[in-house]
Design a protein around this ligand. Structure first.
Ligand code: HEM
Length: 177
């Protein structure tokens, strides 16, 4: 995974448990990377999962909740880093339906080594069905991103999650009425 994912996870974690506790977690885990991440480097997803598990142990928050929270955090960072991408879309469903065919396509051009999930996106009436498939167990992270996308546009979303495995789920996304 790209280093930016790790630097953002640690930034979020500092807000939750404080800088000293984050340093302790990284020391305890004795990660291959040493817990020193460069935004442009690549690191194994297993380190991300280990950090989330350790944070869960410290805070008592479920790892799933932390993943969801991190998904929302990451989405907010993307809106800050790439405002044009979001401004070009009418609302959350419009943006979400373009992740597979436009947004991540551009990401792949910029970072050919990015590890991205696959989405199969279809309209179901006025709602959007997103089948998420990834070798990485980030269903909850993805759910957090989807909710944050609604929040970004001021359009709360109803998100149904049918989990197939930790790396596969069907999200039924609709605008809350
Ligand atoms: C400007 C908008 C976006 C940018 C620049 C972006 C970029 C990226 C990048 C750089 C990664 C990490 C790749 C790696 O670690 O190698 C990633 C992963 C991911 N993105 Fe996006 N993304 C955007 C929007 C979204 C949105 C709106 C969703 C919502 C569904 C989404 C879903 C995901 C998921 C779930 C992952 C984790 C990787 C996995 O599950 O296998 N992304 N994205």
């Amino acid at each position: 995974m790209k280093g930016i994912v790790f630097t953002e996870l640690l930034a979020m974690a500092e807000g939750v448990v404080g800088e000293a506790a984050v340093d302790e977690v990284l020391d305890e885990l004795a990660l291959a990377s040493g817990g020193a991440y460069s935004r442009v480097g690549n690191y194994p997803c297993s380190e991300l999962l280990a950090i989330v598990t350790a944070l869960s142990g410290r805070t008592g928050l479920a790892a799933e909740d932390l993943q969801r929270r991190f998904g929302a955090w990451m989405h907010t960072r993307f809106t800050e880093l790439y405002p044009d991408v979001f401004a070009a879309k009418d609302g959350p469903l419009d943006l979400l339906q373009s992740v597979e065919t436009e947004v991540h396509v551009e990401v792949r051009k910029l970072y050919p080594d990015a590890e991205l999930p696959r989405f199969e996106t279809t309209w179901q009436g006025e709602g959007l069905r997103m089948r998420y498939v990834s070798p990485r167990p980030l269903v909850a992270f993805c759910e957090g991103m989807i909710h944050a996308c609604g929040a970004h546009y001021g359009t709360p979303l109803r998100v149904g999650v049918a989990r197939v495995s930790d790396g596969e789920a069907v999200f039924d996304v609709a605008v809350e009425r």
